[in-house]
Design a protein around this ligand. Structure first.
Ligand code: SF4
Length: 466
């Protein structure tokens, strides 16, 4: 880990973003999930679990649980979820997730140490208190949860009382992430997510009172009925709530891919110029309030562990976004979840029926995945480094991977020269550095190293910054 590095301040050049913004992956994995292969099933995955278990130098584990249920439908939703008010559905689901967890734990033999755990969704707080206790109880029985680990959960404040926050703290959670999206009543109505400011503030207050170490808020820009003035009010309220982290995601309107989005009135969507102004306002407001730009859509207070990890070159990117745990294998449980063990990715079935049927056959519900080759791993290391630290030390990479960078990446360097001419990167014989103006377009730089985009143009499948 070298000396701590403080990045120069982010520069927001809206004209540059407007001109150069392209559809591109968010690189929560490389290769991206759309490259996974249906030929990679349980038989390909299990040997890697066993190999991990036999390795005396194995890293601690990260666990991810996908809870797909939600009470009501948000019209902007692009997630894998099931809308229901029937808790017997989540009861059944939890039993299957526990079965899956037992099968994976048995394959690894002795109890594995866990340093990071996340419940995502859907809406994890859809679960009843008994279901939450059952799931966490089984997790503690099967795994050794480190006392100082990062245990996080996504919260929907509309359904969460103070007693639920107290229970989550009792179960060991110490970080929460709260979906807000926008506080303006007109916007909330247009996306079918009515969530009062009071509900959100009450949850934050309860989290602080129960000793949660980090509170994160998610906003979305580009939603119907959004205006610059309205989003300014939302940002002011968010800053007053004083979260440790904030994510501001772009709403990508893809009604042909995501059915719920068909219920959004397209005439209500802000035009590109307004979206751009909202983005500029959001970045300025957050940085003026003292938050640091971490990368992609994330901001954090300077003392937050993500900002500290970035300064100390320990930041990492995984399926939940940015993380401080760089060397964890990730076991993912539940429908549609994606895990990473050794040089493999594996994804579970997306539909509940398929997921249940596999477990009824006593098979792990792996639907697809891939085993990375050396070139994939090298490119993943480069993309990770650029995403997290905005620069690449060529000599360090040559030592670690036994390559001659300029020869191996001759084609990529040609393209990077174009990115340099656009003002996104600076190239020296020793390093590639993303400029302060280029940071918000970091994926344009990472895409140069994506072998799969080179072989098959599929940019249009991905979203943009604006
Ligand atoms: S946006 Fe989140 S809470 Fe809303 S329907 Fe989708 S998964 Fe559920």
């Amino acid at each position: 880990m070298g000396e701590p590095v403080t990045l120069p301040p982010l520069e927001v050049d809206l004209e540059l973003i407007r001109r150069l913004d392209r559809n591109g992956p968010r690189y929560t994995s490389y290769p991206t999930a759309d490259r996974f292969d249906k030929g990679f099933g349980p038989a390909a995955y299990i040997p890697w679990l066993r190999k991990r278990a036999a390795d005396p130098d194995r890293s601690p584990l990260s666990l991810y649980f996908h809870i797909p249920f939600c009470n009501t439908l948000c019209f902007y939703c692009g997630c894998n979820k099931v809308i229901t008010k029937d808790f017997s559905k989540s009861e059944k689901y939890i039993q299957y997730v526990i079965k899956e967890m037992r099968m994976q734990a048995a394959l690894m033999g002795e109890r594995q140490r866990v340093e990071q755990l996340h419940w995502g969704g859907g809406t994890p707080t859809f679960l009843t208190h008994e279901q939450m206790r059952a799931l966490m109880g089984a997790t503690r029985e099967l795994f050794d949860l480190a006392a100082d680990g990062e245990y996080s959960i996504e919260i929907d404040p509309r359904k969460v009382g103070d007693e639920t926050i107290a229970l989550l703290a009792e179960l060991g959670f110490n970080r929460i992430s709260i979906g807000v999206q926008d506080f303006e009543p007109e916007v909330q109505k247009a996306v079918n997510r009515i969530q009062s400011e009071e509900e959100t503030l009450r949850v934050i207050k309860a989290a602080r009172a129960n000793g949660f170490q980090s509170v994160s808020i998610d906003l979305i820009y580009g939603l119907p009925k959004q205006t610059v003035a309205g989003f300014k009010r939302t940002l002011e309220k968010v800053i007053a709530a004083d979260p440790d982290r904030l994510s501001i995601y772009n709403y990508a309107h893809l009604p042909t891919v995501f059915m719920p989005q068909r219920r959004i009135n397209e005439a209500d969507l802000p035009i590109a110029q307004v979206k751009l102004e909202i983005l500029g306002l959001a970045v300025k407001t957050m940085t003026d309030a003292g938050y640091l730009y971490i990368g992609m859509d994330h901001f954090a207070k300077p003392q937050d562990e993500l900002a500290v990890a970035q300064r100390e070159h320990r930041l990492h990117r995984n399926f939940q976004g940015y993380s401080t745990h760089s060397d964890c294998d990730m076991i993912s449980l539940g429908v549609s979840s994606i895990g990473q063990v050794g040089p493999t990715y594996s994804q579970n079935f997306r539909e509940l029926d398929d997921y249940y049927a596999a477990l009824d056959r006593d098979e792990l519900p792996v639907m697809r995945g891939m085993e990375l080759n050396r070139d994939d791993e090298l490119r993943r290391a480069i993309i990770q480094y650029l995403m997290c630290h905005f620069e690449l030390d060529k000599a360090a990479l040559e030592r670690e991977w036994d390559i001659r960078f300029d020869e191996y990446f001759a084609v990529e360097l040609g393209e990077l020269a174009e990115r340099a001419a656009e003002g996104l990167v600076e190239l020296t014989p020793e390093a590639i550095r993303v400029t302060p103006r280029g940071r918000m377009l970091i994926r344009n730089v990472c895409m140069v190293f994506d072998h799969y985009l080179r072989t098959r143009e599929q940019h249009a499948r991905y979203s943009k910054v604006i």
